[in-house]
Ligand binder design. Structure first.
Ligand SMILES: C[S@@+](CC[C@H](N)C(=O)[O-])C[C@H]1O[C@@H](n2cnc3c(N)ncnc32)[C@H](O)[C@@H]1O
Length: 179
């Protein structure tokens, strides 16, 4: 998988260190191989990994059966059954940028519902600076601001790369926003 990263995403790690965030309830949205959920649990967060894919969740439950502080649920964020106002933090590393443009508004409203007040969304998506033709949707910083700023306070947004198995690493954005 091109996005596979056996380590905690270094941009998220930097943000957590910089903001001195060490505890709380984290959602790893679109958890896939669940490496991010696992590292967040190891750092002491109470983590839920969610994914549309039953196969991904079944695998994550098996592989990380002995991991403390993490649980996995099958959940489509567009029609989510996750309880409202429950997460301090949400990490989306590659879910939003695969959604159809017509589903983006629904996603944003759902994220707002399940985040606590002052909760933070860490959103990593492909940047429009990435020249690769195929792959997920790509976003400019302006497009992310336009989409989210009605509902969230944009704390920071930066150009980065998507650590994974591709060479060169695709260009990405990391946006950090507060409910
Ligand atoms: C690019 S992968 C990233 C996986 C993981 N976040 C990582 O960084 O390794 C995107 C994941 O989002 C999941 N996904 C796509 N649409 C979704 C939706 N509507 N709700 C929940 N998960 C979704 C996919 O099944 C896939 O596992």
């Amino acid at each position: 998988m091109p996005w596979y990263n056996e380590n905690l995403d270094s941009d998220l790690e930097e943000e957590l260190d910089h903001r001195e965030i060490t505890t709380g309830k984290f959602l790893d949205l679109g958890t896939g191989p669940a490496t991010q959920a696992m590292w967040l649990a190891k750092r002491g967060f109470n983590v839920t990994g969610s994914d549309l894919s039953e196969a991904a969740i079944k695998r994550a439950r098996t592989v990380y059966a002995n991991e403390k502080n993490v649980n996995f649920v099958v959940d489509n964020i567009l029609n989510s059954n996750l309880k409202e106002n429950q997460f301090d933090y949400i990490f989306d590393r590659g879910c939003f940028h695969v959604l159809l443009p017509t589903d983006r508004q629904r996603y944003i409203i759902k994220i707002k519902q399940i985040l606590k007040d002052n909760g933070i969304l860490f959103l990593k998506c492909f940047s429009d600076k990435e020249p690769m033709q195929q792959g997920p949707y790509k976003f400019s910083q302006r497009a992310i601001r336009d989409l989210f700023s009605k509902y969230f306070w944009m704390d920071s947004i930066k150009e980065t790369v998507y650590q994974g198995t591709l060479d060169p690493l695709p260009k990405a954005l990391l946006a950090v926003m507060k409910k």
